[in-house]
Structures are given as C-alpha cells and as structure tokens.
Design a protein around this ligand. Structure first.
Ligand code: ZN
Length: 219
C-alpha cells in the first residue's frame, strides 16, 4: 500500500506541536514546515528545529520575511506593543497570515505528494482572526484543490476544542510532558511554562490548570 503522507504547519508552540504528534500517530510520512517571518524571538525557529529533530521529522524553514514588509506587527517588531484592546483584534494580528501560510505549505505538500495538511487553528479561543475560522479553512481547501488540481485534505484537530482539551489531547497522544517542557508559546520567548504574564502564557497555563484539575478529579 502506498504510504500516506502529511505536512504540518509547525511553529514549535503548544498547538502545532500537538498537531505534529497527532499527525505522527496517523500518517506514515510526516514533514513539518516552519515560517521565518522575522519573529521577535529567533528562538522560535530553533525550538521548532529541535523538536522536529527529536521526533525524527523532516523539517524545513521557509523565508517569509515579506510578511513583515506587508504588515508590521507586534510579533515581528519590538516597537509594537503586544496588546489586545476590548473589541479590537490583538496587535499580533496579521491580515491573511494563516491564508498565506497554508497556501505556501500546499505548494510544497503537492511536490511531496502529501494530500494531508494539518494546522492548529482554532475557533474556540477565537481572537477574531478571520482566516482561522472553520468556514475559511473549508473554503481554502476547495480553492487549493482547484488551483493545483489536487485533492488536499486540510485537517484542523484543534478547531473546536479549548486549551484544556488541547492539553487533554496531548496527554492522550502521550505527549503531555514533552509539550509542556519543550514548546515555546510565550511572547517573551521563554520556553516551557513561559513567563506566566503575557497573554499567550496566561491562556496556556489556565488551560493546563483546568486540564490537570479535571484529570485529578477523574482519578
Ligand atoms: Zn509569556
């Protein structure tokens, strides 16, 4: 039987690392793709490369510094503060970023003859990013298939689950400790449990606490 291949959009954070484990459980050949878009913390690329290496996954980093040229934002610029004002998109938002990432990943996936594309986008902790919505992913899936005359399937294992459930999924995949210790989600560039203060850390830690509490209650 022909080997089933998958490509994972991979940042080295909690969500995409959970997706990487999810893919490794399902597919024969898995490749991880990370984008270099001038991240505030260059460690992100190193963390991603290290995780891929440890898991024995083929990894490539694509240069997408163009993104910063298109839209200066708090993820790439030290002079833009990370903030999320009520009723507004957070300052880390970049219009179309996810759309562009998935489109570039698809070009590579087809070359690898990998039908499956996995992304950690999620509507549950929805920050208002339009291109993370389920309806957009489904629409893009159709567009990519038409644009390249190929039958991609975009998988979004985290789409409808919250952060606590994402930790539960990591646990099911036997990856809870790995993800807790080795991934980088923190906006201040601190690996593992992070700084505990930035919005990304608060979300991640609150989810972990909830998961551990619920798990403890079940034992
Ligand atoms: Zn942090």
């Amino acid at each position: 039987m022909e080997k089933e291949k998958a490509v994972v959009v991979f940042s080295g954070g909690q969500d995409s690392t959970t997706c990487l484990f999810w893919a490794l459980e399902r597919y024969d050949v898995v490749e991880a793709i990370t984008f270099d878009y001038g991240q505030r913390h260059w460690q992100e690329l190193e963390v991603a490369a290290n995780i891929a290496k440890e898991l024995g996954v083929n990894h490539r980093i694509l240069d997408l510094n163009l993104l910063n040229q298109l839209a200066p934002n708090a993820l790439t610029r030290n002079d833009v503060a990370i903030e999320h004002k009520e009723g507004q998109l957070p300052s880390t938002f970049v219009d179309g970023r996810n759309h562009l990432f998935l489109s570039f990943v698809a070009v590579i996936a087809k070359q690898l003859d990998a039908r499956n594309i996995i992304t950690g986008v999620c509507e549950t902790d929805f920050s208002g990013y339009p291109d993370c919505r389920d309806i957009f992913i489904k629409s893009l899936n159709v567009t990519l298939n038409l644009s390249m005359d190929y039958n991609f399937v975009i998988h979004t294992p985290l789409m409808w689950i919250n952060k606590a459930e994402t930790w539960a999924l990591a646990d099911e995949l036997g990856a809870f400790d790995f993800i807790r210790e080795k991934t980088l989600t923190c906006y201040n560039g601190i690996i593992g449990n992070g700084c505990g203060e930035c919005p990304a850390c608060k979300l991640r830690l609150a989810g972990m606490d909830q998961f551990l509490l619920e798990k403890g209650a079940k034992i």
